[in-house]
Ligand binder design. Structure first.
Ligand code: GDP
Ligand code: IMO
Ligand code: MG
Length: 451
């Protein structure tokens, strides 16, 4: 027998510089945009790996406020290269509009790279998203209506149109034709809408080809070569762990994998490259759209969290549902993502309360459970079990060191760390870039000690 030759897999020559994953640990809107922007100047590439323009990331730089949907938050840092990975679904009209809006404000977008394998959102996906939500009535998901679900459905059904198809008219036409057969059946027979023609869809998509061409490349190759050469790559998730199509509150989820595994498949980087996985977690909880939410507050406290936290959607303008911090959700995010760190955001929002409840476990059918119920029906009627923590009732937005925080705020953070499963390595105390308490170096391979 010929002995196996493993020399090609030698780790010699693999550079120790890291790929870092940054993702939402709850139901989205945790402040991923701010956290990514903050790290932007320390990394070489920022990559969106899933989702599309369902995301809404508000980033405040000085006096300027930016709302990003499809572009990675690294776009605002001149030194870093923003990448839209193969796992993203791209609405070409939205992408070009976002680019031109930023250009008008003086932001250089010329370094953007777009994966040739990313799938496109066509107008028929948007139409189907809206019609299917309407037909679900009271059981609707509460999607953003951006065509995300139908575009991913086509990808998995092998009926999707990819960015590279824009550069071969014949192939594009064939693929559009294939995709429209079932869609027109559905639109005409089920939803009573007009059929879409192959010509109009093909022409529409082709109209973006020239404008997109300069950005398009094999982004997996670029990123792997960059890592080999010592670059630092930040993989930025959209949405959040509980919206993951596999690990979230299905069916009230998005149609992609925001969890850490999605960072690999959505960018073409292997898991051995990743040195840190940072979960962005709010000091309380929010959710947009339908679905279970054990700590939701339908009272004055909920309204106050929404008001003080500015919890209105960046994408759809919908009011976000608000509730207290849920450590069961945080522990679950630690588990399914293998989190090495938490970045706790919006601690400043809690400064108004005398006492702050924190959900430590659930009661399900009279039993105390510490882990997220595996059964959706159980999760739907899980009741939060709260511990009450004393508030600090003072403005903490100027704190830049952990010791600047009042003792009760320090205790609150320590308590969350103890029950959430991973060290808290940064704390957000305001919208601005510098309104942050940094407790660890995310670029280092040394594990964080937290607070
Ligand atoms: P993303 O989707 O995870 O990027 O989060 P969003 O941008 O949708 O929502 C988070 C909101 O909170 C944005 O308006 C941020 O500017 C804001 N934000 C982020 N971190 C902090 C923080 O530590 N304190 C406060 N007050 N606001 C924050
Ligand atoms: P960021 O990146 C919060 C929610 C929608 C809906 C569900 C499915 O800003 O955190 P979709 O349009 O994706 O099919 O909708 O997912 N949702 C988000 N909620 N933040 C987001 O993104 C979201 N993207 C999708 O509200 O409940
Ligand atoms: Mg958001």
């Amino acid at each position: 027998m010929v002995p196996a030759d493993f020399s090609a897999y030698s780790t010699e020559g693999i550079h120790p510089m890291p790929a870092i994953v940054l993702l939402g640990a709850q139901w989205g809107d945790e402040g991923k945009g701010k956290a990514t922007d903050l790290l932007g100047s320390s990394v070489n590439y920022v990559v969106r790996y899933q989702g599309g323009n369902n995301a809404g990331h508000t980033v405040v730089v000085g006096d300027e406020k930016y709302a990003l949907h499809l572009l990675p938050s690294g776009i605002l840092t001149p030194e870093c290269i923003p990448v839209i990975g193969n796992g993203v679904v791209v609405d070409p009209a939205v992408l070009l509009q976002e680019i031109s809006d930023l250009n008008e404000r003086g932001v250089d977008t010329s370094k953007l790279l777009l994966s040739s394998s990313a799938h496109l959102i066509a107008p028929y996906h948007v139409m189907l998203d809206k019609t299917s939500e309407r037909s679900l009535g009271a059981s609707k998901i509460g999607t953003t209506g951006r065509g995300i679900g139908p575009a991913y459905a086509d990808k998995v059904a092998r009926l999707g149109i990819r960015v590279q198809d824009l550069f071969d008219e014949k192939i594009l036409r064939q693929k559009v034709e294939g995709a429209l057969i079932s869609k027109n059946e559905q639109l005409v027979k089920v939803y009573n809408e007009e059929a879409i023609t192959v010509d109009e869809s093909t022409e529409y998509l082709l109209s973006f080809a020239d404008a997109l061409r300069p950005y398009v490349t094999d982004t997996s190759l670029v990123l792997n070569r960059a890592l080999d050469n010592g670059a630092v790559v930040l993989l930025e998730g959209g949405q959040g762990t509980l919206l993951d199509v596999d690990h979230g509150t299905y069916p009230f989820v998005t149609s992609s994998n925001p969890t850490a595994g999605g960072a690999c498949s959505g960018s073409g980087i292997g898991p051995t490259r990743i040195t840190r996985t940072i979960g962005i977690v709010k000091a309380y909880t929010t959710r947009v759209g339908s679905g279970p939410f054990p700590t939701e507050l339908l009272d004055h406290d909920g309204d106050q969290l929404r008001e003080i936290g500015g919890e209105r959607g960046t994408t759809t303008g919908r009011n976000r549902r608000c509730g207290w911090y849920d450590a069961v959700v945080a522990r679950y995010a630690t588990r399914v993502n293998g989190l090495t760190d938490f970045f706790l955001t919006k601690l400043d929002v809690l400064s108004a309360w005398d006492e702050i409840p924190v959900c430590v476990a659930y009661e399900v059918d009279g039993q105390r459970v510490e882990e997220l119920p595996d059964s959706q029906s159980d999760f739907h009627h899980a009741k939060p079990i709260y511990e009450l923590l004393p508030g600090w009732k003072s403005d903490i937005s100027g704190a830049r060191e952990f010791s600047d925080l009042p003792p009760n705020a320090q205790s609150y953070v320590k308590y969350l760390q103890d029950i959430s499963g991973a060290p808290i390595s940064a704390i957000g105390v305001g919208q601005a870039r510098d309104a942050t308490i940094a407790l660890a170096d995310f670029l280092s391979t040394t594990p964080s000690q937290g607070v």
